[in-house]
Design a protein around this ligand. Structure first.
Ligand SMILES: Nc1nc2c(ncn2[C@@H]2O[C@H](COP(=O)(O)OP(=O)(O)OP(=O)(O)O)[C@@H](O)[C@H]2O)c(=O)[nH]1
Ligand SMILES: [Mg+2]
Length: 320
């Protein structure tokens, strides 16, 4: 069986910042990271496998200046290079900040390109802070709709939830770090799961059948100690405010992947599945995978991806 080719695509300032954070930690070999932006300076500062400058002729190597139309046109100008870079990818995981020019205009145009190339797309998109104003929020809302129309599974990460998760007095820099860290843990566990054969394995097609459900998706992951009470660990994962952007109970498909020490029992495996199933009354596909670590490992990783959630965009943005 050939190894799936996974492209992580960082789009615009936020996407590139998230990619940079990921690249500072190790990811499996089958992941290729590509940064794209109209902004040459921002692009050159990102650590990644390749960079594609969007629309050099029309954007002149500068940011789009919050102009989504310009950023979308920049993608169209650069389409041959983008097609070449994405050719052969089995999935694209896009990281972006909706509300920005690149983050909205380029991201949605790239989603259309992925659809045209028949490459499944999973998007992790931040939604603007309230203090950034109505214009950005409306742009983000419109982009969410376009991404969904393209058939992408979209994990929306409202930036204002950072305040709820960390407390009102948290410094902005700390909040942005926390957001990068949240994404890092998910992507590390997701890519490790896809690279791993596991005991009860979750293969690439299982993952695809979850993300091919269009609509909103939810993702969460935790790393903890094996001694911890497992139901409490799953509950802790589910209660993370950064995961509260859509109704988990509406999910039509979900996967739970567990990494545990070799003492992990069948009963524990089953109990976690039942606990999750109770949260998902509308699910028609629930997949559960397990990787056992050799020796007396004290680590427990839980990764949850749920999809097919059709929340109204305005409802979604009210929680920012
Ligand atoms: N969580 C988080 N959100 C960010 C970060 N940087 C930007 N954002 C969010 O992403 C949105 C888009 O910002 P950028 O990605 O910088 O904008 P851009 O897409 O490069 O857009 P232009 O520069 O106008 O072309 C912002 O409105 C913020 O809500 C970051 O480091 N962390
Ligand atoms: Mg920018």
């Amino acid at each position: 069986m050939s190894v799936a080719s996974i492209v992580i695509l960082g789009v615009g300032g936020r996407g590139c910042a998230a990619l940079q954070h990921l690249q500072q930690h190790s990811l499996p070999n089958n992941i290729s990271s590509i940064a794209v932006s109209t902004d040459k300076r921002a692009l050159n500062s990102v650590l990644c496998d390749s960079r594609i400058l969007l629309g050099e002729a029309i954007a002149k190597g500068r940011s789009s200046g919050s102009n989504a139309e310009l950023a979308a046109a920049a993608v169209r100008e650069t389409e041959p290079a983008l097609r070449h870079a994405l050719m052969g990818a089995d999935v694209i995981i896009m990281l972006t900040g909706l509300g920005g020019g690149n983050g909205s205009g380029a991201a949605t145009e790239l989603a259309k390109l992925a659809t045209d190339m028949a490459i499944p797309l999973l998007v992790f998109a931040t939604l603007p802070f309230n203090f950034e104003g109505k214009r950005r929020t409306l742009l983000a809302q419109k982009s969410l709709q376009t991404l969904q129309q393209c058939g992408a599974a979209v994990v929306a990460l409202p930036n204002d939830q950072l305040q709820r998760a960390l407390g009102a007095t948290t410094r902005l820099e700390q909040a942005l770090d926390a957001s990068n860290q949240f994404l890092l843990v998910i992507l590390q566990q997701l890519t490790a799961m896809l690279a791993d054969t596991g005991l009860i394995s979750m293969d690439f097609n299982d993952f695809l059948s979850v993300i091919k459900q269009p609509g909103f998706a939810l993702a969460g992951a935790i790393e903890t100690e094996q001694e911890q009470d497992l139901p409490a660990a799953l509950q802790q994962l589910l209660l993370n405010p950064l995961l509260q952007s859509a109704q988990l109970s509406q999910a039509k498909a979900a996967l739970l992947h567990i990494v545990a020490g070799e003492n992990f029992s069948l009963q524990q495996f089953e109990a976690l599945g039942q606990q999750l199933a109770a949260e998902l009354p509308n699910v028609s596909l629930l997949l559960q995978g397990l990787t056992l670590l050799p020796g007396k490992a004290t680590k427990l990783n839980l990764l949850l991806l749920a999809s097919g959630i059709s929340t109204d965009c305005s409802v979604k943005l009210h929680c920012v």
